[in-house]
Design a protein around this ligand. Structure first.
Ligand SMILES: [Zn+2]
Length: 129
């Protein structure tokens, strides 16, 4: 997978591991944002991707409250999944620290990564700022 080119080589897992402390996104020269794993810009096809620091705060753009969850998440209902815009990129994750009725379009959150207690899988979470 790796050819030594800067940026774009990290897999999703490495990227997610970095989220908690050193989040970043990939940016092409035209300023389009994308997330690993990417080798070319999904918008313009430019292959000169650089890592840019992820903004500390993002804004909820869509969300939905989940009351009936798959087994992996059953113990955590109700919870809110959200799409949050951090500068030019959008991340999908689960909101923690806010009740379902406290989340709105435009709510400011920070991003973190944790593990699903039931499965040990990596989980992107948003927390109020
Ligand atoms: Zn681009």
């Amino acid at each position: 997978m790796s050819d030594g080119a800067p940026g774009g080589d990290a897999g999703y897992d490495e990227w997610a591991d970095a989220l908690a402390e050193d989040g970043y996104y990939l940016s092409c020269p035209a300023g389009h944002g994308s997330l690993p794993p990417r080798r070319v810009c999904p918008e313009c096809g430019n292959d000169s991707l650089s890592e840019e620091p992820l903004p500390a705060a993002g804004e909820v753009v869509t969300f939905s409250a989940v009351h009936v969850a798959p087994p992996d998440f059953a113990e955590q209902t109700p919870y809110v999944t959200a799409v949050v815009e951090f500068g030019p990129v959008r991340l999908t994750g689960i909101v923690r620290g806010l009740d379902a009725d406290e989340v709105e379009i435009g709510t400011q959150v920070g991003v973190d990564v944790t593990r699903n207690e039931a499965t040990g899988n990596r989980l992107v979470v948003f927390r109020p700022r």
